[in-house]
Design a protein around this ligand. Structure first.
Ligand SMILES: *Cc1c(COP(=O)(O)O)cnc(C)c1O
Ligand SMILES: [Zn+2]
Length: 459
């Protein structure tokens, strides 16, 4: 392992303690801050230009070249190939979508959707999970765990069953979309329904990890975030290695936004891109912690010299006032994001902005994404609703090139889709609003004449 030019480092600028790559840590033992994976780039055999990666496409018979994560392996070089656990993740596409672009308010050719629903377990989480499991296998972990709003557990369960490790997942009772719960159960994960929400599960799983020596794959795991960097490489690849103007991503636990910022910072430092795109992180109004911290409390990263107490006080205020997140976008129903500090750093690197959008706008945006041929789960559509808001506000120019990340597959949460189109949402997930793009099923008698008449009648 020592032959790899990587180590772990505390992100706290006043601490910066370093740790061996073989340690399984979810926070700095000295100051409790998050950890980064750092590379000794001089010792990495880097490509001269990013387009050098293209030639790997020719070797799709090789698992690690086929993987949409590991074909960029020089940029996350922490693990020997023989430990890598790959499931063909990252076969995802950047797709131009003028229909949704028009909805967002952009000119023709301006909007691209990065459709991460195409991953093996149906969400972007697989990009991170392949990296976390590779590290787990490198250090000989046997029992792997997570807290989840659904997709992390689905992805963990799939990789654990493939890697022959024991899968332990914590989900909030009644909080998980059925498609995702079905996956965790089907892949054989031991699934504990904790009487609480995601933030409760996250707190308990950290305690259980420490008590039992489990291997935790939530996005506090720095190796997981290394895998998610590949999403940005595929976006650049999809644009012929050009840099777009904006990346728009939903924000839950803020792992994705954090890893995107890290990737762009590294690529710029390495001289592999000429400039860094701007980043927009979108909360649901039902779980707007980041928006509150950044836009109301004016919290900025400030080169790492920021007031941590603002975050501590906000989380305490949530407890004191019993403020709980509630949104139909269950994957971002998180109000104490574990990667808040890393996300602030990403916002600084990428000159980023944060916005919140209400659930009815998320569902309208989701219907637009579906109608224009891609489809996604509710949380993913927050990116599209957020991009639309930012164009309306004049923050994003109408002629900008914008990439929205579609984080999860539409079949993850069929109840939300049917609820939107029929108006009959699940009792716990009612959404107010007009349902502008609802496509109601049409009841017809069991009779050909009536059926013909119904088909010929346009609403
Ligand atoms: C996990 C998840 C998110 C949130 O991503 P973070 O990295 O936690 O901010 C958004 N959408 C979907 C579909 C997810 O599964
Ligand atoms: Zn530290």
């Amino acid at each position: 392992m020592a032959d790899k030019p990587a180590h772990q480092q505390c992100i706290n600028v006043r601490c910066q303690a370093t740790f061996d790559i073989a340690e399984a840590l979810v926070a700095c033992p000295t100051c409790d801050s998050l950890l980064d994976v750092k590379y000794d780039w001089d010792k990495v055999h880097l490509p001269k230009t990013l387009s050098d990666f293209n030639k790997r496409w020719a070797r799709r018979d090789r698992m690690l070249d086929f993987s949409g994560v590991w074909r960029f392996r020089e940029l996350l070089d922490f693990c020997d190939d023989r430990y890598k656990v790959s499931q063909g993740e990252g076969q995802t596409l950047l797709q131009r979508c003028d229909g949704v672009g028009q909805y967002v308010g952009l000119k023709q050719g301006g909007l691209f959707l990065q459709y991460e629903g195409l991953n093996p377990s149906g969400s972007f989480k697989d990009n991170g999970m392949t990296a976390a499991f590779s590290h787990a296998s490198m250090i000989g972990a046997k029992r792997v765990c997570c807290a989840s709003t659904g997709n992390t557990s689905a992805s963990l369960a799939r990789y654990a069953s493939a890697a022959g490790m024991e899968a332990i997942v914590f989900v909030g009772s009644g909080r998980i979309a059925f498609g995702k719960l079905a996956q965790a159960l089907d892949y054989g994960a031991r699934t504990f329904q904790i009487a609480g929400d995601f933030d409760d599960c996250m707190a308990r799983v950290k305690e259980a990890t420490a008590a039992l020596g489990l291997y935790l794959v939530n996005s506090v795991n720095p190796f997981r975030l290394e895998g998610q960097k590949a999403i940005m490489l595929r976006v650049l690849e999809g644009l012929g290695w050009d840099v777009p103007d904006w990346i728009v991503v939903p924000g839950g636990n803020l792992g994705n936004s954090s890893s995107f910022g890290k990737m762009f910072g590294e690529l710029k430092e390495l001289g592999l891109i000429p400039r860094i795109p701007r980043l927009a992180v979108i909360n649901s109004s039902g779980a707007p912690t980041l928006d509150r911290l950044v836009n109301e409390k004016k919290l900025t990263y400030n080169g790492g010299e920021f007031d941590r107490q603002v975050i501590v006080d906000d989380f305490k205020w949530q407890d004191d006032t019993n403020t709980k997140p509630h949104t139909i976008a269950s994957a971002i129903e998180i109000s104490k994001p574990v990667n808040t500090t890393k996300c602030l750093r990403a916002l600084e690197i990428c000159d980023g902005v944060v916005r919140q959008v209400p659930d009815f706008e998320i569902m309208d945006a989701k219907a637009q994404v579906g109608r224009h041929g891609l489809g996604c789960e509710p949380a993913s559509a927050a990116s599209v609703a957020g991009a639309r808001l930012l164009v309306e506000q004049g923050v994003i120019d109408r002629d900008a090139r914008v990439v929205c990340i579609l984080t999860g597959h539409p079949l993850k949460d069929p109840n939300a889709s049917v609820g939107y189109h029929t108006g009959q949402y699940d009792p716990d997930h009612q959404v107010e609003g007009e349902r502008l793009y609802a496509n109601m099923p049409i009841p017809v008698a069991n009779d050909l004449d009536k059926i013909v008449e119904a088909i010929e009648t346009k609403a």
